[in-house]
Ligand binder design. Structure first.
Ligand code: ADE
Length: 334
């Protein structure tokens, strides 16, 4: 397998190097280690096997959608591994010009996986340039300008595009239709998250009891990425303030210190909720107005905060805007 991982992914400033290394260590290395998402996993495996059986160099393009942190990138790595293929990783906002997309496409090898995260943010020009590539592996390039401009047709090696999005509705119909299969990744169950935490603790070599596993799972927002991040923070506390073993006392101390409540809400989530409650009398309020009043980016609210707040029934989306529910009031009053 040729690992051609062009890391063009955006990383958050607080994601320190050590965390990144640990994230890699915690990522499942094979299907047998991958917990949850049974349906998507089964269907993907069938697509790969069928393509292999037919002697095709790679399966059809695949689209994954679901909330942030559900493991879309992890799946892309596993798919490439199963296909014994190289993988290139990029994201919609990272590809600013059509020339950049052309460079990525012309550098692919037969049978590769191209992973485009946040594909709904790919600009229109790039998207349209991608249509014939996805369908016929044919890239129509415009070279030169003015009267000298002409188009050149390039054959691109067959590859599998794996697109990932948190906002399926923002994907245009023509782009969506070019994927051979679309899979929705579901929030993980509590039991699945507990299993992931157990596995991660083992890899990190940290001792943890069942109550602490449950405590961390409770606050994980049902996503493996958050569960693993919380586990690493609790481990920090266990190492500095204890003997390195994770127990309920250390776990509680970590969450108190980091201001993470029993539902896994952090200051950013609380800010959105209290903005709706205090500045809009509980709503309904439009997303742009909430963003301005909360001093937050609209897309961050839509992609990071809101999905979970809606999932746990703290925010209701109505045609007239967002409403903070009674459940949210009860929770914050506690
Ligand atoms: N780490 C991130 N996602 C995971 C998953 N689905 N199974 C196991 N470990 C994971």
């Amino acid at each position: 397998m040729t690992e051609k991982n062009t890391e063009t992914k955006k990383t958050t400033p607080e994601q320190v190097e050590e965390d990144r290394a640990l994230d890699l260590a915690l990522r499942p290395k094979g299907w047998d280690e991958y917990i949850g998402q049974k349906k998507a996993k089964q269907n993907v495996q069938i697509m790969i096997k069928a393509a292999e059986k037919r002697g095709e160099s790679c399966p059809d393009h695949m689209l994954f959608h679901g909330n942030s942190g559900l493991g879309k990138t992890t799946l892309a790595y596993l798919i490439a591994k199963e296909m014994n293929a190289g993988i290139r990783i990029t994201s919609g906002p990272a590809i600013k010009k059509s020339g950049e997309l052309a460079a990525i496409l012309t550098n692919l090898s037969e049978g590769d996986v191209l992973f485009i995260d946040e594909i709904h943010r790919l600009n229109k020009v790039c998207e349209e340039m991608a249509y014939p590539v996805l369908e016929e592996f044919n890239l129509n390039l415009m070279v030169g300008n003015g009267p000298m401009a002409r188009t050149v047709d390039l054959n691109i090696p067959r590859f599998t595009l794996i697109g990932a999005t948190t906002q399926l509705a923002l994907l245009s119909g023509p782009l969506r239709n070019r994927f051979g299969a679309t899979f929705r990744l579901k929030p993980y169950s509590k039991e699945e998250i507990e299993k992931i935490i157990r596995r991660s603790a083992e890899i990190l070599g940290v001792k943890i009891d069942e109550e602490s596993i449950k405590d961390i799972a409770e606050r994980s927002r049902f996503t493996p990425r958050v569960a693993n991040r919380l586990l690493k923070r609790v481990r920090d506390f266990a190492e500095v303030e204890g003997d390195g073993t994770i127990n309920p006392k250390i776990t509680k101390k970590t969450f108190d210190s980091l201001n993470i409540d029993e539902k896994g809400l952090e200051s950013g989530d609380i800010n959105i909720l209290t903005t709706i409650m205090e500045k809009f009398d509980g709503g309904p309020a439009g997303i742009k107005a909430i963003a301005a009043a909360a001093n937050e980016n609209k897309d961050t609210i839509l992609e990071i905060y809101e999905p979970y707040l809606v999932q746990i029934g703290f925010i209701k989306r109505t045609s007239r805007g967002r409403i903070a529910t009674e459940k949210a009031y009860n929770h914050l009053e506690k």
